[in-house]
Design a protein around this ligand. Sequence first.
Ligand code: NDP
Ligand code: OXD
Length: 309
Amino acid sequence: MPILLVSQGRDLTPWVNAMKEVQPELEVYVYPDAGAKNEIEFAISWNHPLGVFKEFPNLKCIASMGAGVDHILKDPELPEGVVVTRLTDEHLATDMATFTTALVLNYMRGLSAYKAAEEQALWLPKPYLRQRDITVGIMGMGVLGTAAAKQLKALGFEVQGWARTSKDIKDITVYAGNAELDKFLSSTDVLICLLPLTPETANILNRTVFEKLPKGAYVINVARGEHLVEEDLLIMLEKGHLSGASLDVFRTEPLPQQHPFWAHPKIDITPHIASVTNPATAVIQILENYDRLKQNKPLQNVVSQTKGY
Ligand code: NDP
Ligand code: OXD
């Protein structure tokens, strides 16, 4: 059974090599090369050309090359009945925890301001915050949010989370659903977004939500650009209600040169590198599912197309 790799803008050579490393006999196609289209039952995808999957009448599974599946589920022509899976790689969780911790520490010690001062040879010592001054609130307490929460907690921060459903995590309060959102926001100094992008979570980082954070709160978005209402962030920074933001994801990636975020003194930008899929480890779980499909066994890491994650 051949495997089809589909992606716009991603070099797929490391994926082909990693798969051949694990199963040298695999027949792998990189779209638009696809061999006999009716033989394709399993595809691996990142940011595919919309509508492409309807070319494959026997497609059964689309595996995301990442943790997120919004890039797959947004396709209005996704063939009915196709199962979509995602990655829950331990490396992704560790990398996300490390990255978000780095951003919180950067905020706490004001390191970005020193970088800016250095560029003008200015010696500008400033008072700084400590762990006990900061409650970190994480929106999205799934695989990545929980890993980040535990690491920040271990470093001495007060940490709380928000999810759709309640959770029992030692020393971390997790608020659940819209009914508990305001309570979560009102006690969050650093807000980290680690939600999947779904119709319910799109534009969730908006003025109404920001206004419910304490004055001076800091926002970190490492989930998807579509979570953030960009104009609202700029307004709340301008008003001084938010003290700053670190953004790793954007509505348009790469972030266009002329975008106002680039030159904003209170916004730190990184190029969607919070937690990058490593093909060598990712293919192991993807090929496990490929083998399961061949043996008619239930697949792992299947997403709910109703919930959207
Ligand atoms: P999970 O599916 O494991 O977790 C999602 C979490 O969000 C769950 O806790 C879920 O609640 C919660 N959630 C979903 N919808 C809502 C809602 N409407 N209201 C409240 N909570 C909600 O996802 P991951 O942790 O694996 O990944 C999260 C996202 O991170 C990915 O979808 C992707 O967009 C992004 N990402 C970014 C990367 C980067 O480099 N910047 C790298 C990898 C991922 P519940 O637990 O109750 O179901
Ligand atoms: C992912 C990502 O979803 O890299 O894995 O954003």
